[in-house]
Design a protein around this ligand. Structure first.
Ligand code: GLN
Length: 493
């Protein structure tokens, strides 16, 4: 999370880059494992093929073996889509990117110019002291690309200010890109304005024309509505205190921040998120939570700040402040309840304290996978790839609050965790007032809990934030923000 931001989890359980989340939110498609691949995966596949003898002992080289593997994965990722958008990460000139650019060059030649377009994203810096923009970096990176045999068809020029026609002419002249395909990408006050802005510069028309696609003009009314809601006179502001670990790197909670913002769009409310470092609560107490209309403990790993998170849950529970716990946030909520309501002293998750007298949360040592095989897991298992990952069904209790919120008996949400609630403690937890509101497919694992005697106290084992969308939001987050509005004393629109 420190280096790359959040790990985005796809429906089929791939742990990917957060960009995939943006693609899902913008296009409303569901990404798959095949929609993201790294250099490591490509080399791994090539080396395995070599060991299997697929290359018959021949010399294995970047061209063609690595580039062929990249092309194969691009085609695989496109699946049966009519149009595939393929993003090559990094910066032109990176050593790591070379095989990917070479693969793109080959693909473009193989597919022909009416079926492949290259769009290049460049930076056009604005020099504030001189009051002018510089086109040099754009010229230069296109020169680099052309040296690799790639001529961009479209340039998207990121800039903090508008790029005048004369500058676009100049870029066009020096880069060999048609002037109308030199498209300014001006910093926006909302990323949800971008589709409309690109359309304003005719990007969609250009692409459709070049591909010879016969289609009606794009209907962006849903996006217009998103932006309208975002900038409408809102019914006020609510403050959500998010108590986590990576609070100086907000990309670590990208989907969560987005999901809360979407709930603001749904309820016409400005959602202000106060990112609070859990260790700050350990040091200085709950003063930072006093202005919160709702408290949230997100997913996480490891014990840093864990007592601060427990204190935050206790504060929300005792003061009737709406509370949402996600994954680790649910573990923490149950540990808090065990300690302070059930009087189980020293209760903990074995992730944090392997010798706790009351392991409320622990590793289950085995479970059956969808394919029938049995997964074995203990503390010495690999850290990578041994989690419960991806979308799984969850049955909601018919008398629960979450059943009313979701409006369905069974939902599907995405998981990413190793530890599970220990069923041996359910009698005590539920006897004291906690309610298990959601169960796994085989009804053996706790997926959601809620507190019936609290205005809004819900925690889940899965990550609902991955499926929230700007167009539509997510029922759990919308309900959570409605509860925050009520807590503040406001009316829900
Ligand atoms: N660390 C916990 C586990 O592995 C919770 C993970 C999470 O919050 N995503 O189960």
């Amino acid at each position: 999370p420190f280096q790359h931001g959040e790990v985005f989890v796809t429906e089929d359980g791939a742990e990917t880059d957060l960009d995939l989340g943006h693609y899902e939110r913008f296009t409303n498609t569901t990404m798959k494992r095949s929609n993201n691949f790294t250099t490591g995966r490509v080399y791994n596949a090539v080396l395995r093929k070599e060991r299997r003898g697929d290359y018959l002992g021949g010399t294995v080289q970047v061209i063609p073996h690595v580039t062929d593997e990249i092309k194969r994965r691009v085609v695989l990722g496109a699946g049966d889509a009519d149009v595939a958008v393929v993003e090559i990460g990094g910066t032109v000139g990176d050593i790591e990117g070379l095989p990917f650019l070479e693969a793109a060059r080959q693909l473009k030649v193989e597919m022909g110019s009416s079926r492949a377009l290259l769009m290049h994203l460049t930076l056009v810096p604005f020099i504030a002291t001189a009051g002018e923009i510089k086109t040099k970096p754009t010229q230069h990176s296109v020169k680099e690309l052309r040296a690799l045999g790639l001529q961009p068809d479209i340039l998207l020029c990121r800039c903090t200010v508008d790029i005048e026609e004369s500058a676009r002419q100049k870029i066009s002249l020096f880069t060999n890109v048609e002037e109308r395909a030199v498209i300014p990408l001006i910093d926006a006050d909302s990323i949800y304005r971008i589709p409309g802005m690109l359309r304003g510069f005719g990007l969609d028309d250009f692409v459709v024309e070049r591909f010879g696609i016969d289609c009606p003009p794009a209907d962006l009314s849903e996006w217009d509505e998103v932006v309208e809601r975002e900038f409408s006179e809102t019914s006020g502001e609510v403050r959500v205190a998010m108590v986590g670990k990576y609070m100086d790197l907000l990309d670590a909670y990208k989907s969560l921040n987005e999901a809360l913002a979407h709930a603001g769009l749904q309820t016409l409310t400005t959602v202000r998120i106060d990112h609070i470092d859990a260790e700050d609560i350990e040091r200085n107490g709950t003063g930072v939570l006093e202005s919160a209309d709702a408290i949230l403990v997100p997913g996480g790993f490891g014990d840093r700040g864990i007592e601060g998170k427990i204190t935050a849950v206790q504060y929300a529970r005792e003061n009737n402040i709406p509370f949402l716990g996600i994954c680790l946030g649910m573990h923490v909520a149950l540990v808090e309840y065990a300690r302070h309501v059930c009087a189980l002293e020293g209760a903990h998750s074995t992730e944090m304290d392997s010798h706790t007298p009351h392991p409320i949360v622990g590793l289950i040592t085995e479970w059956a996978n969808a394919d029938g095989s049995t997964e074995q897991r203990d503390e010495s298992s690999d850290k990578g790839g041994t989690m419960r990952l991806g979308a799984q069904p969850c049955h909601l209790d018919k008398d629960s609050m979450v059943r009313r919120i979701y409006g369905h008996d069974t939902i599907e949400e995405r998981h990413r965790h190793r530890y599970e609630v220990n069923n041996n403690y359910l009698d005590q937890l539920c006897g004291a007032g906690m309610k298990v509101a959601g169960w796994s497919a085989d009804r053996s694992l706790v997926e959601m809990v809620e507190l019936p005697d609290h205005p809004w106290f819900i925690a889940c084992q899965f990550h609902p934030e991955f499926t929230s969308r700007p167009r539509g939001g997510h029922p759990l987050f919308t309900s959570y923000i409605e509860a925050a509005i009520k807590h503040r004393g406001g009316n829900v629109a």
